[in-house]
Write a protein that binds this ligand. Structure first.
Ligand SMILES: Nc1ncnc2c1ncn2[C@@H]1O[C@H](COP(=O)(O)OP(=O)(O)O)[C@@H](O)[C@H]1O
Ligand code: SF4
Ligand SMILES: [Mg+2]
Length: 348
């Protein structure tokens, strides 16, 4: 697996993000910790509303009020840096220097990353020459053509302004730009939602090919678990703002340890398998303004038992992955429910 023995590029510790309002706060990213090694692709999956975009905007420090990072560290160590920097403590000015150069970002709305008053080709040339100052204009133009071809764009499309292009085309251009700019980390939030399935496959293949050549790491967010199985080295599963399972793509798909992962897997069959009836997960994700006590998944969980509605499961090793489920915490399924919510780490 690429990055398996590599050094840590990103080390997220206890990241907590709340949406603050007069009526109270909503915690949509709750004590989230994970690492990404150089050259590794980490997938993040979960249903809509599980906090994926909240995590990504906090990670890239692009969050805006009412979202506030209330706890945690984001230790990032780009190439050439002697020590990791904590992105949480950086000023907007320092963050701007680091974006695109060290960390490229593709958000759900591709318009964000593109300059509306510049033709696509000019934006590519600028980014390429910014990264490699020895590159001539002519070489940059040729390279731009190659990059746009990777995501299926023509020279004619490259000469247009972003608003003249469809959402899917803009998204593809942003992906090409992010992969090309030489950053150590590429962060993508649902980057292929506005493109068709054939183009999606082409984009995923190009991410893998360019990763092998350029060695960048990727954090790739999607609600589609089957897509990650093809792309990611490791996968983190989010539910109600928390990571409930994290492990290799193979283990997550073939040996899921969390009942929610099992349900997600049943909702998204592998891309290569024939279409079959999907069992899915009954019910819907909780309203984070009033989350269920204990394990947030308990109202939908087919394996729940008495302790599940009062004890908060924390991630702990199960085989080679980490799983936050009381079935794996040594608690008895017969154990009576407690009145107050406790943390299952207590006393271990
Ligand atoms: N602007 C906002 N104000 C208040 N709460 C928000 C806002 N945006 C998101 N949330 C809360 O955060 C939850 C997670 O949202 P989001 O991070 O967009 O999830 P995902 O990307 O997984 O669909 C939402 O269900 C909602 O409760
Ligand atoms: S802790 Fe209980 S409710 Fe939560 S996933 Fe595990 S078995 Fe299901
Ligand atoms: Mg989202």
């Amino acid at each position: 697996m690429p990055g398996e023995n590599g050094e840590t590029l990103l080390d997220v510790r206890g990241l907590t993000v709340e949406y603050l309002s007069e009526r109270g706060s909503v915690c949509a990213c709750d004590d989230v910790s994970f690492t990404v090694r150089r050259g590794e692709i980490l997938g993040v999956a979960g249903e809509s509303g599980s906090g994926k975009s909240t995590l990504i905007t906090a990670l890239t420090r692009l969050e805006r009020p009412p979202a506030v990072t209330t706890a945690g560290e984001i230790l990032f160590r780009p190439r050439g840096a002697a020590e990791p920097v904590d992105l949480v403590g950086l000023t907007e000015r320092d963050l701007r220097k680091l974006r695109w150069r060290d960390m490229a970002i593709v958000l759900q709305s591709a318009m964000n990353a593109l300059n509306p008053v510049m033709r696509l080709s000019a934006q590519f040339t600028d980014v390429l020459r910014e990264h490699d100052r020895t590159l001539s204009r002519q070489d940059a133009r040729e390279r731009t053509g190659e990059l746009l071809a990777l995501v299926g764009l023509t020279a004619d499309q490259a000469n247009r302004y972003p608003h003249e292009l469809s959402g899917g085309t803009r998204q593809r251009a942003t992906i090409a730009l992010a992969l090309a700019c030489g950053a150590d980390l590429v962060v993508m939030d649902e980057p292929t939602t506005a493109v068709d399935v054939v183009m999606q496959r082409q984009i995923l293949a190009n991410i893998l090919r360019l990763r092998a050549r350029l060695g960048f790491a990727v954090v790739f967010v999607t609600h589609d678990l089957s897509l990650l199985v093809e792309l990611a080295d490791r996968i983190a599963i989010m539910y109600a703002g928390r990571i409930v399972e994290i492990g290799t793509a193979f283990d997550i798909y073939h040996r899921p340890g969390h009942p929610y992962t099992e349900g997600l897997r049943a909702s998204f069959p592998p891309l290569r398998e024939p279409v079959r009836l999907l069992s899915g997960i009954p019910g819907s994700p909780p309203d984070l303004r009033d989350p269920p006590p204990g394990c947030a998944f308990h109202p939908r969980c087919p394996h729940r038992f008495a302790a599940c509605d009062s004890v908060l499961p924390v991630l702990r090793p199960v085989g080679d992955q980490q799983v936050a489920c009381l079935l794996h915490s040594g608690r008895s399924a017969q154990e009576p429910a407690r009145k107050e919510r406790t943390d299952d780490a207590v006393g271990h």
